[in-house]
Ligand binder design. Structure first.
Ligand code: NDP
Ligand code: A1CAB
Length: 285
């Protein structure tokens, strides 16, 4: 499958209209945190979150008073962000629908097709997003897909909402979002996994946990920044580190011998497959 993508430049933050979040867990907190850091006031958010501990965390972290149930307060919101698990989306939609008839709906749920969301909410104003948790520090990557009837003004509103959280990438075909999910949506977990592995190796070689973690995180930060600014592809940057007969060569040879690249690609395909399965399993309701 060929995936057509459009990169949009980041623009200056502008005041946001009131925004509802249905589900106030990890991903909602990352987006809300990113927006608050960029200057959006806490009273711009209406959050529905049945889990008391999650409501307490939102209050402590951001000064937001979340509601346990959907109610009239939602009707002031121009955008409703769906940040519930795919498994609970269909049930969560029922009590919200009546309060959000005029809103633009933005789902971050993995796999759930926009057809299902449009059916559950009785509107064609549906955009799907696949963000990631670095949104919390304004370094997120978000893939976006808009249903055909979504207007340019609604796309602009979504861009305005999410630009403060990082980089946006619109895709033209909805299935491409499953690939985005498998790469950048789940991707931070892969990076943290490698940081964990590097840190463990450092400790096994005699460094303190603090030293090892600083070296691991600093190396990811520095290499990412270099890859971001370099004109050469990552493969060339890798070759520059790899002196003939040296230490990096020994490490890369070990990785190749264990087929780590193929294993990693298989893992990413497993995430893509799971995104499609989530849509099939929980998009029917
Ligand atoms: N975490 C991530 O990095 C990313 C997540 N996503 C997507 O974001 C969505 C949320 O994921 P995540 O934040 O990790 O999950 P969380 O479990 O952290 O957050 C979901 C929250 O929604 C609450 N909830 C359950 N039922 C309802 C309801 N009826 N109305 C309102 N809220 C409800 C849950 O409460 P309770 O625990 O009591 O059920 C929970 O606190 C998922 O669809 C996921 O695919 C997308 C990109 C990245
Ligand atoms: O693991 C998940 O299903 C969600 C979607 C992408 C990241 N977290």
């Amino acid at each position: 499958m060929t995936i057509a993508v459009t990169f949009l430049p980041r623009t200056a933050p502008a005041p946001l209209p009131p925004i509802a979040f249905i589900g106030g867990g990890n991903m909602a907190s990352a987006i809300i945190g990113g927006l608050i850091q960029q200057g959006t006031p806490a009273n711009a958010f209406e959050v529905v979150e049945p889990f008391e501990a999650a409501r307490t965390k939102l209050a402590q972290s951001f000064g937001i008073t979340a509601q346990a149930e959907a109610g009239e307060a939602l009707s002031r919101c121009a955008v409703v962000v769906w940040a519930v698990k795919p498994q609970t989306f269909a049930d969560a939609a029922k009590p919200v629908r009546a309060f959000a008839e005029d809103a633009l709906h933005l789902s971050v749920a993995a796999g759930i097709p926009s057809d299902s969301i449009a059916r559950w909410l009785g509107t064609e104003r549906v955009v799907r997003a696949m963000p990631n948790t670095p949104a919390l520090v304004g370094q997120g990557m978000t893939g976006l897909f808009a249903r055909p009837d979504v207007t340019g003004a609604d796309r602009a509103l979504v861009s305005q909402l999410l630009t403060p959280t990082g980089e946006l990438l619109w895709v033209d075909a909805e299935p491409a979002l499953d690939a985005v999910t498998a790469m950048s949506g789940s991707g931070p977990a892969y990076v943290f996994y490698f940081i964990e592995a590097m840190t463990e190796a450092g400790v096994e070689m005699g460094l303190t946990p603090d030293q090892a973690q600083r070296l691991a995180i600093g190396t990811f930060t520095g290499a990412s920044a270099l890859a971001h600014s370099a004109t050469e592809p990552p493969s060339v940057l890798r070759e520059r580190v790899t002196s003939k007969g040296g230490t990096t060569y020994a490490a890369i040879t070990s990785l190749e011998g264990a087929d780590v690249k193929a294993q990693f690609k298989t893992a990413i395909r497993a995430a893509q497959k799971r995104a499609a399965e989530l849509g099939e399993e929980f998009g029917r309701g």
